[in-house]
Design a protein around this ligand. Sequence first.
Ligand code: HEC
Ligand code: HEC
Length: 400
Amino acid sequence: MKNSLFKKSALASIAVAVTLACGSAAAEMKIVSKGMGGEVNPPLAPLPPIPEVMDNKNTPEKIELGKILFFDPRVGGDASVSCASCHDPAQGWAWAEDFSRGYPGTVHWRNSQTVVNSQYMKKQFWAGGASSGMNQARSAAKGGVAGNGEDDLMEVRLALIPEYKKRFKDVFGDEWPLIRNVWRAMASFETTLISDNTPLDAYLKGDKSALSDQQKKGMKLFNGKANCIECHNGPLATDERYYNIGVPAAARWDEDGMAQITFRFEQYAKGVTEDMYRHIKDDAGFYYRSKNKWDKGKFRTPGLRYIAYTAPYMHNGAFYTLEEVIDFYNRGGVDEEGNTTSFPQNKSKLIKPLGLSDEEKEDLLAFLEAFSGDEIEIEKPKLPDYAPLFTKAELMEAKK
Ligand code: HEC
Ligand code: HEC
């Protein structure tokens, strides 16, 4: 490896310290870049094993139960929508439209995120609204525009399914399936949806032929001139911080009444002022959590693994291809019509025109493709049937 791999960038924010290297992957991983605050950006790295969740340890039986529940629409309001309805394995474990489909009678207001690798994240959702996989699953199953389920109703449904009764007893010792254990089992299952067999992992582990020459050029841009590494860093290619990068408001709000309804409903649900509820025109992102005006339009840096399967991109699905995403960054966080964020005062200073040539854009695109490995396919579980809690004979017996 040459020490010119990462040229000193024209961008002031990236001061690259190059470790003189001897051609090994380990040495290459020592290359570090410094962020605006002078802190070191962790380099891209192979995906480590997923950390164990201390209060929700995995067992094969718990994972299997979680998998069945993930596909079961009875964990929801009208028993028509399961987790897998919006996180479809055939659509990147997400939903391939700008906004996700919603609970019947609604559309969602945000793009459906993939659940692949999601359990590595410290906080979940586009604006980090859930602090664990278990809390996330609970909010998803109960949220008005997602699962819209009632705890008591979901619980009693499960209790009337003998196979679940048995499985909850085996896994958690429940006499009667407890709804909180549904979230535990689902989160356990999700920890098994991992994408780490990518060309990038192979390359970083030492297989120099795993990336093409074009991808290697793209990697240099990613770490240097294009400065993607500033936010998309570490093994997941995310710093898990929140930025406003300039994504313009969803076009769909201009024409789709259903989408407007969900948008207003969410303002209400997230506790903004009445004035905002009536007048705000765009998703304020992290603001709903902090209620600090400087956080409007900020979202969690998403990981870049598995993105080959998860178009469209951004919190509102603004871009359908990675080419569009690269063009957007190259223009400095502006779309092709010249639109940018509705909260321009909060736009990150790190986002500015990059001056990439057409060839450089293609190199970067080729490198982005190296973040995805095989598609994760599984056999859909067979859903167990309801059965009456008591047989007629038992009821007759009880009457005596
Ligand atoms: C109606 C569609 C819908 C349903 C049903 C649904 N989700 Fe989601 N899911 C979404 C959308 C949209 C987002 C992003 C929402 C946001 O950030 O506000 C999301 C986000 C997530 C995330 C966060 C990923 C990350 O990177 O932070 C996980 C995990 C997840 N869902 C799992 C589940 C589970 C488990 C269920 C079933 C209990 C479920 N979802 C049901 C649409 C849905
Ligand atoms: C200042 C931090 C920052 C920098 C620099 C940055 N990104 Fe991002 N990236 C983000 C954030 C935040 C989002 C989500 C924004 C949203 O949804 O509004 C995002 C979204 C993305 C997405 C969409 C992922 C998905 O699942 O929807 C891709 C692809 C992407 N960035 C690639 C890049 C590339 C390539 C570069 C370098 C040219 C780059 N990013 C530079 C923070 C950054």
